[in-house]
Design a protein around this ligand. Structure first.
Ligand code: Z5A
Length: 208
């Protein structure tokens, strides 16, 4: 059995973490071996880099520093976790991957997609997800869900609405440019509605 690499993307509160487990269960029930991971993070080194990236004390971190830390964590993640798992025929599901870098650092931080593309090519060569789920919902609704969930905010969650509007638009633009790789979900729907959209796509993916 061949594994696939799936990534989950979207703004904050979009439901990625909630549906990661749903996807894992759905695939496991059909006999697939599944590895769940996240970015930034996924490895011991990557999780250490994640702590730096989310820590509010580094509010002066420059966009370039942020970008390079994302790719530093990703290089480790791809070589030591993602590719070995795929080589064993497992499905790998990552809560965020390089599309987040385009949306957050490229669009919202203003670095531009053209700065990111060569680094992506250098770190990943031609390695890309088989499918990227984009959990799309109005920014205000995502923020409301996060507020209802409670807990402490991280360095990114302190950004203003306009930042998250740019993130949302960047995801939609990227999905529109390469529709074969993306599955845009209406994440504003109740959970069962979101999950039936996911199942429709998983059925397509596991059939090929
Ligand atoms: N980042 C970056 O800048 N560049 C990069 O390259 C990468 C990442 C890889 C950490 O990501 C930060 O890193 C992230 C971008 C940046 N910062 N931000 N913002 P993260 O994924 O760890 O953090 P996050 O996106 O903020 O996660 P989140 O806010 O937890 O979102 P979520 O996982 O999509 O949401 P959730 O926890 O599944 O759901 C939120 C709540 O809504 C929860 O109470 C659910 O029960 C509820 N929920 C979920 N779905 C529904 C539906 N359908 N109806 C009603 N309620 C729902």
């Amino acid at each position: 059995m061949n594994g696939k690499f799936l990534t989950l993307e979207g703004g904050e509160g979009a439901g990625k973490s909630t549906n990661l487990r749903f996807i894992e269960d759905w695939l496991q029930q059909r006999g697939h071996q599944v590895v769940i991971t996240r970015e930034p993070g996924g490895t011991a080194l990557g999780e250490a880099i994640r702590s730096l990236l989310l820590d509010k004390q580094y509010h002066s971190m420059t966009p370039s520093c942020e970008l390079l830390l994302m790719f530093a964590a990703r290089a480790q993640h791809i070589e030591t976790l993602i590719k070995p798992a795929l080589a064993e025929g497992k499905w790998v599901i990552s809560d965020r991957f390089t599309d987040a870098t385009y949306a957050y650092q490229g669009a919202a931080r203003g670095l531009g997609f053209e700065r990111i593309a060569p680094i992506e090519d250098w770190v990943q060569q031609d390695f890309r997800p088989d499918c990227t789920f984009v959990f799309d919902l109005p920014v205000a609704l995502g923020m409301q869900r996060v507020a209802q969930r409670g807990g402490e905010t991280d360095r990114f969650e302190q950004e203003k609405t306009v930042f998250f509007e740019q993130v949302r638009q960047a995801y939609l633009n990227r999905a529109a440019q390469a529709p074969a790789r993306y599955c845009v979900l209406d994440a504003a729907q109740p959970l069962d509605g979101v999950q039936s959209q996911i199942v429709a796509q998983l059925q397509r993916l596991s059939a090929v």
